[in-house]
Ligand binder design. Sequence first.
Ligand SMILES: Nc1ncnc2c1ncn2[C@@H]1O[C@H](COP(=O)(O)OP(=O)(O)OP(=O)(O)O)[C@@H](O)[C@H]1O
Length: 363
Amino acid sequence: MIELTDVRKVFPARRGAAEVTAVDGVSLSVAAGEFAGVVGPSGSGKSTLARLVNLLERPTSGRVVVDGQVLTDLDDDGVRKARRTVGMVFQHFNLLDSRTAAGNVEHPLELAGMGRAERRARVADLLDLVGLADRHGSRPGQLSGGQKQRVAIARALAARPKVLLCDEATSALDPASTAGVLDLLRQVRAELGLTVLLITHEMAVVRAVCDSAVLLDRGKVVDGGPLAEVLTRPHSPLAAQLLPAPAVTDTRGDLVRITVTESAPEGRVLRTLAGELGLDVEIVGGSVETVAGRRFGRLLLAVTGDDGRLDPALQRLRDGGSLVERALPGDEPVPVDLTEPEPDPAGQAPAFARLLDSPDVQR
Ligand SMILES: Nc1ncnc2c1ncn2[C@@H]1O[C@H](COP(=O)(O)OP(=O)(O)OP(=O)(O)O)[C@@H](O)[C@H]1O
């Protein structure tokens, strides 16, 4: 559904600032119906990448295909029409304060020239879909953050897009509203068969809803793939973000790092090492999380009493499908800081402020 091939975006030098390569040769493929995450530290190019998907930014080079249409081959008018395939949801909702919830959802339908009766029926359906049928007459100022984001999602769905781009859609919300909005995104994905590209700095969000993710660093994809695959990939920087491995601070015995999955649970690993082989096993650290609806964990074990049995035992576990490695200090990627920078003095996150600058978003 979304195919980026070797996409680059270079912002030219401006007002004494040097040229910036915001996106540097990104290739990315998101299948129809997939929920894909884009994560990376501040300034790594996430928002620019989102804007390249619907050509709010034209790439300096490379190809962007959405729903079979080569957007990079279209002229501006063609891009404007094709953009209806892609709905967008922002961190700060971007609602018109002067309009009611219904008026905000109706706005893109008015711009598209839809007749009044049809518009009203569509707005009612959309507000019902996002659980706000009873708030159609409320203005944004009378709604909670979570409700505002629901209105923004209804508005993004108005033109029946096939792709939904969510740029930090839950970053301004409290945990309960975040959970509600994520449930809604899951629901609309299932009901409408949408493809969702979700830009976020919150790994909990990726764990909760994404099927796959990419990790960006300085404009390049440094890791990515289906989450289940990423988590069982040795020394994966993205896995380190999703489920940080316990740090090796203990030098007792032989240290072993295991990745626990539903098909290779920790009970079986511990039974093999301790029960069947009689090794002395201690859990030094670890965590278990639900990722993409499945249970994954990373444990660090200290094994003592090895008299040549450990390596064959580890091999046996590997043969059984477990990711098992001997652990050494500093041999795992350290999670990078993904937290957002403080809002600028105007009270808006920098990426959003730039999005608001765009005449396409204003319309
Ligand atoms: N319109 C622009 N003109 C010049 N430079 C830009 C523009 N938009 C983005 N950049 C630069 O491109 C780089 C990537 O920015 P981008 O906003 O895409 O990163 P990000 O990962 O979304 O960051 P954040 O998480 O802080 O929002 C940054 O160095 C940024 O300053």
